[in-house]
Design a protein around this ligand. Structure first.
Ligand code: OOG
Ligand code: NI
Length: 470
């Protein structure tokens, strides 16, 4: 019998995601339209395709599913964000270097905070793409600007001591009392609210000339949610419906093309940043109204996670699409080219993606009969005999190039960068040090999930599964 009224981390996470959605919907009403249209798309698809439509996630999970994006200015701020998210059972996964993934000036390195095990993801998969300004990267910032950024960002407080201590308590005890949970949620949500404080006009626009992203991070006194992204089961349908409502979307859907094979990795699109009112403090000391365009709406469709081998194929296909597109007659779209490249390079069934070791699956024991009495059998044999059924593992992470595309397509200009200078070296290890905890490698997480399911299947079938393609 349990008499506790304590809240578990996943309950805190689900509530945090809801509160941020309410906040963001008030701040950016177009987000509510996006959520409504996403729901329509999902419900219509399920009506049309039934159970098949839910293969990559139940309607319940997909309807509630969001990712957020935030941006912080320093190592100290990133380490604090990590403490806040840990209170919601969200841990750093993956390293993304957007400085190199982008032609324009996007001086950030990023990770994503999310639940890391399957049961937690199923309860609530909320994740937040989190970028840190590389303020010491000489390609973007000269010495004077670096010092100014350091002192401006060093002087602000994004997260109060009370919030950080409550967050630490939640992560240490893996639960919080109702009263403490309510306080944690209030403080955490408020930390991501758009500040009404006037923005220093000259400082903001000095940074904006270098990079609009840098200005959004280092030119304002606090952080805010940049966007919240619902998940849809058919992003092409969503795109068309948004355009039909007169909402201008970015030119292309980022990531894999629409094709007849299984959904892979992640497809994303967004609508352009909207002008939002802010007040500015000018050099004459007066505060006057103005507007900024930095926040936008994004939507995504998730597919199956790729193994390292699958990811190599994907990266080669992306490069091939680039070179074909460069040589193609005017008017050819990336999507036209990509669909052809995909048909040529990737098997178009889940089963072959699994058996060629290109994508991650868990394996469910369905019909043990043909395997009985055997000491070993190959994975292919067991799948052919119907003893094992591959179930796709959904990609829970991000794509650096799409992320750069999303950043970029919402910038009004490219800013400036000097590629003759040496960049600050960042990688997953260095960012882990900054964060104060190890950043998980997404591929290792998927591989462990797949391996665990095969080990369980071996136990159930009482044999060794051989000839694994991964
Ligand atoms: C993050 C952009 C990346 C995604 O979904 O790839 C991103 C940002 O704009 O801060 O959110
Ligand atoms: Ni996003």
């Amino acid at each position: 019998m349990t008499t506790t009224t304590k809240l578990q981390l996943w309950e805190l996470r689900a509530e945090f995601a809801l509160r941020l959605a309410t906040l963001y919907g008030k701040e950016v009403p177009a987000y509510n339209t996006l959520v409504d249209v996403s729901r329509e798309v999902n419900e219509d698809l399920i009506r049309k395709n039934g159970e098949d439509a839910e293969r990559l996630g139940s309607i319940h999970r997909v309807t509630a599913e969001r990712h957020g994006a935030i941006r912080v200015g320093s190592a100290r701020e990133l380490a604090q964000v990590a403490r806040v998210f840990a209170a919601f059972g969200m841990y750093p996964v993956g390293f993304y270097d957007l400085r190199d993934a982008s032609k324009s000036s996007v001086p950030v390195v990023s990770t994503a905070f999310r639940p890391i095990d399957a049961a937690e993801l199923a309860r609530n998969p909320f994740r937040v793409f989190t970028s840190m300004l590389a303020h010491d990267d000489r390609r973007f910032f000269d010495e004077e600007t670096e010092k100014q950024l350091e002192s401006f960002i060093g002087a602000r407080t994004l997260f109060s001591e009370e919030l950080l201590e409550l967050a630490d308590k939640a992560s240490a005890e893996k639960e919080l009392s109702e009263a403490e949970a309510a306080r944690l949620l209030d403080l955490a949500t408020t930390a991501f609210e758009l500040s009404q404080e006037p923005v220093d006009h000259d400082w903001y626009f000095k940074l904006e000339r270098i990079s609009a992203v840098a200005a959004d991070i280092g030119g304002v006194p606090s952080t805010h949610i940049n966007h919240l992204t619902p998940r849809v089961l058919d992003i092409d349908d969503l795109y068309a419906r948004m355009e039909a409502r007169g909402i201008a979307m970015i030119d292309e859907i980022q990531g894999p093309p629409n094709w007849e094979g299984p959904d892979i990795l992640l497809r994303q699109t967004s609508f352009r940043a909207l002008a939002e009112e802010r007040s500015f403090r000018h050099s004459d000391g007066e505060v006057r109204p103005g507007s900024l365009r930095v926040r936008f709406g994004e939507v995504e469709q998730r597919g199956i996670a790729l193994t390292e081998r699958g990811r190599d194929v994907y990266d080669r296909m992306v490069a091939e699409v680039d070179s074909l597109l460069a040589a193609a007659p005017a008017g050819t779209t990336r999507i036209d080219v990509a669909t052809e490249v995909w048909r040529k390079n990737l098997p178009n069934t889940e089963r072959e993606l699994a058996l060629q070791g290109l994508a991650f699956f868990t394996y469910r024991v369905a019909n043990p009969g043909p395997a009985s009495g055997r000491e070993s059998a190959s994975l292919r044999e067991l799948v052919d005999a119907g003893s094992l059924v591959p179930e796709p593992i959904v990609y829970e992470d991000f794509l650096p190039r799409s992320a750069a595309g999303i950043f970029q397509s919402n910038l009004t200009d490219d800013g400036s960068r000097d590629d003759k200078q040496l960049g600050t070296p960042y990688d997953i290890n260095r960012l882990s040090e900054v964060l104060g905890s190890r950043i998980f490698d997404p591929t290792e997480l998927y591989a462990a999930q797949q391996a665990a399911s095969l080990a369980a299947a071996e136990g159930q079938l009482n044999l060794t599964i051989t000839d694994r393609p991964f």
